[in-house]
Design a protein around this ligand. Sequence first.
Ligand SMILES: NC(=O)c1ccc[n+]([C@@H]2O[C@H](COP(=O)([O-])OP(=O)(O)OC[C@H]3O[C@@H](n4cnc5c(N)ncnc54)[C@H](O)[C@@H]3O)[C@@H](O)[C@H]2O)c1
Length: 425
Amino acid sequence: MPANPKIAVIGLGYVGLPLAVALADKFSVTGLDINENRINELLSGYDKTGEIDSAKLKRSTLKLTTKKADISGFELYIVTVPTPVDDKNKPDLGPVIRASSLVGSVLQSGAIVVYESTVYPGVTENIAANALEAASNLTCGQDFYLGYSPERINPGDSEHTVERLTKVVAGQTPAVTEILEDVYGAVTTGGVFKANNIRTAEAAKVIENAQRDINIAFVNEVTMICQKMGISVYDVLDAAGTKWNFLSFKPGLVGGHCIGVDPYYLAHVATTFGHNPKVILSGRLTNDSMGNFIADSIASRMPHSGMSARILVLGLTFKADIPDLRNTRVIDVVQKLKASGGIVSVHDSYADPLEAKSLFDLELLNEMPHDSQFDCIVGAVSHKEYIGLTMDDFALILKPGGLVADITGMWRNTRISADFSRWQL
Ligand SMILES: NC(=O)c1ccc[n+]([C@@H]2O[C@H](COP(=O)([O-])OP(=O)(O)OC[C@H]3O[C@@H](n4cnc5c(N)ncnc54)[C@H](O)[C@@H]3O)[C@@H](O)[C@H]2O)c1
């Protein structure tokens, strides 16, 4: 491996683009994406994920392409393509296999192929390696080498960035691990942790997210119990949180490309080894039932019959202050409220209206309504534009007697006048 290896990053989404831009500060880097539209937008200086601003993108030496010929014969390939689940919640490794075949077709002896996509242990060394070998006619571990380095970035989070996170790396051989330590160490101030082997690094990532999912599921279950008892889970959490070792998790919808998906990868590999992952799947079930629980709670509190209630949902993305609609569970609330007879409108200050239309057949409102015609306003996502809404704003949206339903706790300390009612988790 030369001192200044040529690096290709395959898949320029939430993970791949920030990584490619950071690496391009130190190395010669080409980013490849199969989505021509994405590449054209990036070439024009626009990152629709909002992770890299236009000035930084234009300043970067990162080269952008859709053509595999442009990454032929490189020394290091880093694969950052999606790892979703199918409609039965089974891992869909199609993108990883296709990206591996693409890399394999331009692979030359001596190269290293690193995976950053979240997978279950064994995917890199079995499934990805097979695709690389088949496309390259080279032998893994002899002509080319594998690595795995899980990605921990948190979209919309300007603190935990690629340049600051501790990077876990594992190579097929100690020499490969050291190369990865040098490459990633050049871009992060957070240090590099060398995992014992590739499977350990794969497992570390998938359990990080499964652990989060299970902890949130516990708090969601506690929320359901508190609702039945007529006490606020937030008040309970505030009190319990004064204990030194109480873990801080908030209730709510669990969506997105990671926390709501990765536990299924862990569950899948567990079953292939003959283990029934009861805790992991139970957490998933609880979290996936939250949308219906919330919608039923709101529908039962409508000021009059739910059949004609006009409901405004604020926020559709899977989390605050980003445009990411993938696997958002707000849609469960919207659909259940509609199924209960509600007339539901949705506003989101970040989501792309065209994407909302194509994913959910939903027309987003262009602006906040101000005709005091709604029976209920649902705070579904804590976008910063929504957190600061006041009683005066609610009065412009709600009919007298209307309900302020707060899913995220963002209006917990907002004054609501006696003319309106309030419901929160
Ligand atoms: N988004 C996150 O917060 C996050 C955090 C940590 C890890 N991860 C993991 O990182 C991986 C990537 O996630 P993401 O959020 O960046 O996904 P993404 O959908 O934002 O981006 C993936 C990109 O890969 C491209 N792509 C798909 N198939 C391709 C192929 N065969 N060849 C080349 N490009 C291809 C897509 O066009 C897209 O631009 C996933 O495994 C995910 O679980 C994501």
